[in-house]
Design a protein around this ligand. Sequence first.
Ligand code: NAD
Length: 395
Amino acid sequence: MIIKPKVRGFVCVTAHPAGCAAHVDEWISHVRSKGPVPNGPRKALVIGASTGYGLASRITAAFGSGAGTLGVFFERPSEDGRTATPGWYNSVGFTKAARSAGLYAQNINGDAFSDEIKAQALETIRRDMGQVDLVVYSLASPRRTHPRTGAVHKSVLKPVGSAYTNKTVDTDKGVVSTVTIEPANEREIADTVAVMGGEDWEMWMKALSDAGLLARGARSVAYSYIGPAVTWAIYKNGTIGLAKNDLERAARGIDSLLARNGGGRAVISVNKALVTQASSAIPVVPLYISILYRVMKENGTHEGCIEQMRRLFATQLYADAGPRLDESGRVRVDDLEMRPDVQGSVARIWPDVTTENLRALTDIAGYRSEFLKLFGFGMAGIDYDAEAEPQVPMP
Ligand code: NAD
């Protein structure tokens, strides 16, 4: 079939197999061009490995440090004339590239929140890897079926306490409007914490530890976001922010567990706001990202997922001196985003943006092309008018 983008609001319902593979290759080339990450991971489990920060972590572990990787993700293969989700094609591309570089790469596609997928991962590690020395926890999910209670928790992106009104952009239509989001109720807050908080990360780490599958000195990292005041009501102080506080709570417990296991560590890395499938669903944030990209590209500090993760591994997680932590014990690779000059520029542009001047004042064009790249579109060297086979088996 001929595969073209079909954008519906903040999702694209098609993905291009060769385009996704090319996108993965681009990220691999970046890591290769930067040279090895010394003393990096040897065997990594990456939970949420198929897109965004998790995929970038996996690529950095594999192509920066020569790590064997087990990737866990929840993606849909091609069926009934529909393309697969991009994470499927990305993982096919990654696995082929890693294996041809002589690296171990295995995948588990299924619900990481379930006992069944955890058991499969444990079994795969025991059989193929022996132990892992790095666990990356990078899930972004709208729902979680709790493995003990069977309850289905749905996460929401809402403010807490009072309604929040701000500008937002429909990135597909290019229309800037004002949005008011009503505050979450107690149930929605608890559900969001259940999905995006730290309990599942703790369950993974306990299961790995109990099974003796963590190498001595093993490390773990999970990702968070803070951002500027203009997004706090919807992010840092909203339902997702409360879930991230719970992730930090979990990090402290996991850090103690790993410290007892030969001096390992668990940290939260606060990453930059970037276009991913997860972030495009958050109101207000895509407008912020469009302005941020313009400012950071202009001053030469712009980074994407792969630049962020390569820098995280090389200068923080596996730096000789160990990670440098902020006052709350977190690693910060959002440092360039949060620079006062960058945030000052964003704050100056923010009130002036309208539908009419969106293209002039923001990098909405860059946002859109990054968004399409997530689905394998707009990659150089791919003929999008040519027939493409959507059914690509996982190697
Ligand atoms: P993403 O949507 O690109 O990736 C999510 C990953 O989770 C995919 O691999 C997906 O397959 C997997 N996944 C989702 N549900 C699953 C399930 N039930 N079982 C197994 N796998 C499942 O998201 P992302 O933006 O890379 O986010 C990853 C982490 O980084 C999140 O914790 C997010 O909050 C954080 N973060 C994101 C940003 C940003 O701007 N995008 C910034 C800072 C931190």
